[in-house]
Design a protein around this ligand. Structure first.
Ligand code: LM2
Ligand code: CA
Length: 474
């Protein structure tokens, strides 16, 4: 279903000719992605084969694969010092092998492309793989002239997000800001992205896209093959001039409003029925929106709900995955108490290759560093097949009973969540065929619900989600 707002129409058309391949689903696959934050390549390959492929996930967003500054914190990944694919997450060969194995399991790889900036270091140093660098000098890649010197804020750091020029030409937390309008810089970035594509990646998250002029992102993307998938990270900020809509000509964008709207409903303890008859306000068109409950930044920042919220977090994921808006990406990282703490490392300083094949299948009290494995939770993973089963069936008006809420995807599936502290029985009318259906959120069809005379009643304990669909009859 195309939903184009008037102002976005010209951009959306341009998108078709440029690239803007939506993440879309291959036959029998879902459009659902998972961000496997700081999961090293060998583990990620195993994860594709053991968990993601069988569950029907369509794609994985990786952490940045390029060489970075050396260090223990997770965020060293966001300080490139070269485009060699050598990092704490693995070697070039391991990355290439991972892409192949995931592809064979039916899972596409979206690489996190850090192209707005290089390191944020003031002193010269040596990167993880041995590359020497200075703040604005990366031998063989960039010279000082390849960086912006915004001259607007004294130390060149961004101060005022209401000033477009500062946002795009000054430094984000001291990160050396590439002059992405310069031909040499563009060519160098395009060569890096093409190198990743040559290894089989399907596309990219454009990190910090808000800090790159949309025209520069477009020009870079125009040099890539037409089917490269682009997801620009443009955090919608109130009162800010740089809008996610500007980046639709280059592909999809992460729609932060979606996560915010979802979070509010759990904090307020009340569900709001979206107005399905009109465009959602402050949202890009559905077919160009990447939606999420949280990500590695928002779980350390603005997100109202994270893995720590247990059942509530599962409910938020269930509602997102049952929805008809956007392309969803489930976030799966590791537990932490210190926001800077990196994932656990081996003696040689690489990230421990831990997978979720034997990991958590539900919320629990995680120890620091333990992977949360949210994508494998019993109350989350089966929603991927729910999504395949319902396809583009309409989202029907929702029903609220006490602190529970649910809705049908017309004739194909139905879902409900109970965020109250009492058991709730919630009845939805449905055009699904009469019969007994598995509650897919309970393992092994150990619980069922009956559709009878055009209705289903979900009886749910506090914190419970329930879902049925036409591909899982009891
Ligand atoms: C992003 N998207 O736009 C990433 O998703 C986000 O994780 C990155 O910040 C940011 N933009 C830059 O790519 C992270 C992290 C920061 C960290 C930076 C750079 O959230 O805390 O900044 O990566 O590694 C750190 C220090 C900061 C310091 C900076 C430069 O926290 O205090 O600034 O390094 O040395 C002086
Ligand atoms: Ca910039």
């Amino acid at each position: 279903m195309m939903r184009i707002v008037a102002a976005g129409a010209a951009l959306a058309l341009a998108a078709l000719s440029l690239t803007a391949c939506a993440p879309g689903a291959a036959a029998g696959r879902s459009d659902v992605g998972v961000q496997l934050f700081q999961m090293p390549w060998t583990a990620l390959a195993d994860e594709c084969e053991s968990t993601l492929g069988p569950a029907g996930y369509g794609w994985v967003l990786t952490s940045p694969p390029q060489e970075s500054i050396a260090g223990e914190e997770w965020w060293v990944s966001y300080q490139p010092v070269s485009y060699r694919l050598e990092s704490r997450l693995g070697t070039r060969d391991e990355f290439a092998d991972m892409v192949k194995r995931c592809d064979a399991a039916g899972v596409d790889i979206i690489a996190d492309a850090v192209i707005n900036h290089m390191s944020g270091q003031s002193e010269p140093g040596t990167g993880f793989a041995g590359s020497a660098y200075e703040h604005d000098r990366y031998p063989g890649l960039y010279e000082p002239a390849d960086f912006h010197d915004c001259g607007l804020t004294g130390d060149n750091d961004i101060r005022d997000y209401r000033d477009r020029e500062q946002v795009q030409n000054c430094e984000l937390v001291n990160l050396a800001d590439l002059d992405t309008a310069a031909p040499h810089v563009r060519d160098t970035i395009v060569a890096y992205l093409n190198d990743l594509l040559s290894l089989g990646v399907a596309g990219f998250r454009i990190d910090a896209a808000k800090h790159i002029a949309a025209t520069d992102v477009e020009a870079i993307v125009a040099e890539l093959p037409d089917d490269a998938i682009i997801m620009s990270e443009v955090i919608r900020g109130s009162g800010e001039p740089v809008l996610p809509e500007e980046y639709l000509a280059a592909g999809s964008v992460f729609e932060f409003t979606y996560a915010r709207d979802l979070g509010i409903q759990f904090v307020a303890g009340a569900f709001t029925e979206p107005d399905l008859s009109t465009e959602r306000p402050q949202h890009v068109p559905s077919d160009q929106a990447i939606v999420f409950v949280d990500n590695h930044d928002t779980e350390r920042g603005e997100s109202q709900i994270t893995y720590r919220d247990g059942d509530t977090y599962a409910m938020a994921n269930v509602l997102m995955l049952a929805d008809d808006y956007g392309t969803p990406v489930v976030y799966s990282g590791y537990a932490y108490t210190d926001r800077d703490m990196g994932a656990p490392t081996t003696a040689s300083g690489t990230i421990e290759p831990v997978t979720c094949a034997e990991g958590a299948r539900g919320p629990q009290d995680f120890a620091d560093g333990e992977r949360t494995c949210v994508h494998a939770w019993d109350a989350v993973a089966p929603m991927v097949k729910f999504r395949i089963a319902v396809g583009d069936a309409a989202r029907m008006p929702g029903v609220t009973v006490a602190d529970a809420y649910g809705f049908e995807r017309e004739g194909k599936g139905a879902v409900a969540v109970n965020q109250g502290t009492d058991e709730v029985a919630l009845t939805l009318s449905t055009s699904m065929p009469d019969g007994i259906y598995c509650d897919v959120l309970v393992a092994d069809c150990a619980a069922t619900f009956a559709v009878k005379d055009g209705a289903v009643t979900f009886t749910m304990a506090p914190g419970q989600s329930a879902a049925i669909h036409v591909d899982a009859r009891g």
